[in-house]
Design a protein around this ligand. Structure first.
Ligand SMILES: Cc1cc2nc3c(=O)[nH]c(=O)nc-3n(C[C@H](O)[C@H](O)[C@H](O)COP(=O)(O)OP(=O)(O)OC[C@H]3O[C@@H](n4cnc5c(N)ncnc54)[C@H](O)[C@@H]3O)c2cc1C
Length: 298
């Protein structure tokens, strides 16, 4: 039997969950479709133990606890796991298919974050053969006292440099530019952290499936430096793909079809939605969720 839902939210990351909590509060008819087998998006998958300090109204909270807080505000029976949406059609009613099940709704919220994505590699030979070259950490206690080379210049790299240099005194942060893309204030009190700017990775040495050192080159002088490592932690972000949805999501939270016509009942919020000066952080996504919620309920 066909069920027409009021609102379907694709993605149970922090932004999709926040939107769902607003629907729950107002007793709206909603359903959340999550492609993976767990709730929480990047926070659960990539950094459950990290403290988040930039969510409006919350001083500091562990990522996993923030997701728990959001989970408490929704009806978990309305979250379908392992429901990866592969196609969306809008013909008045919106038809959403996972390949196995077809769902129908009046309003659709796309909160798929980075979508299906893979980490951007370091880009050196033999990278794939080393299991101590990592791209995310669920728990970082095993990095205590280890020699860690962190690559990247965004907020994630800086956040990790701060966290890991607090538990190890042999941590290097390497970035290809003179200035960080992320907020340099994050690492200003990190006494154990050795910062290398502007350097790029050149090669690794490895033994028994483990990188043992990484050689970096100074961009301006071409000077080489070899750093011994227990772990190389690459923070170059993800190569994102917005699944196969036939929409562009570059114009704030409005979604346009292939003829650049604004979709009336489909909205994009969170990391999936990109526009000029938008940062991929939780706060802008929450703001988009608030705006879209007001728009569809006014
Ligand atoms: C290491 C790291 C540290 C960070 N630290 C901070 C921080 O301190 N503060 C901060 O504000 N931000 C931080 N961020 C950024 C923050 O995690 C993102 O901005 C946030 O996760 C975006 O939430 P989202 O719900 O839009 O997307 P996501 O968290 O990516 O969630 C999207 C969800 O949609 C699901 N999905 C994707 N495609 C489909 C599909 N086709 N069908 C069904 N489900 C689908 C995914 O499985 C996922 O669960 C950090 C990011 C990283 C990587």
């Amino acid at each position: 039997m066909k069920t027409l839902h009021g609102i379907i939210i694709i993605g149970a990351g922090p932004i999709g969950l926040y939107f769902a909590s607003k629907c729950e509060e107002k007793k709206l008819d909603y359903l959340v479709l999550e492609g993976s087998d767990s709730i929480g998006g990047q926070l659960t998958r990539l950094y459950p133990e990290k403290q988040i300090v930039d969510i409006p109204g919350i001083e500091s909270i562990k990522s996993a606890d923030y997701i728990e807080l959001l989970k408490d505000k929704i009806d978990l029976e309305k979250v379908v796991l392992d429901a990866h949406v592969s196609s969306i059609k809008n013909g008045g009613e919106i038809e959403i298919s996972t390949g196995k099940v077809v769902y129908f709704c009046k309003k659709l919220i796309i909160a798929t974050g980075l979508g299906t994505s893979v980490p951007r590699p370091l880009g050196v030979e033999h990278e794939n053969e080393c299991d101590n070259i990592i791209y995310s950490v669920k728990s970082f206690s095993h990095l205590k006292g280890k020699k860690v080379a962190i690559f990247g210049g965004g907020d994630s790299a800086l956040d990790w440099a701060k966290e890991i240099s607090a538990i190890s005194d042999d941590v290097h942060l390497i970035h290809r530019r003179l200035e960080f893309r992320g907020n340099p204030e994050t690492i200003k009190d990190c006494k154990n952290l050795k910062v290398h700017l502007p350097y790029v990775p050149i090669s690794i040495t490895y033994e028994n499936g483990k990188a043992t050192s990484v050689t970096i080159k100074k961009v301006d002088t071409e000077e080489l430096l070899t750093i011994e490592v227990d772990y190389i932690f690459v923070n170059y972000g993800n190569i994102a793909s917005l699944s196969s949805f036939p929409f562009k999501m570059e114009n704030a939270f409005l979604v346009v079809d292939s003829d650049n016509k604004v979709e009336q009942n489909i909205f994009a919020i969170g990391d999936v939605c990109q526009y000029q000066n938008k940062t991929r952080r939780i706060a802008p996504g929450l703001k988009e969720a608030d705006k879209v919620f007001d728009l569809i309920t006014c």
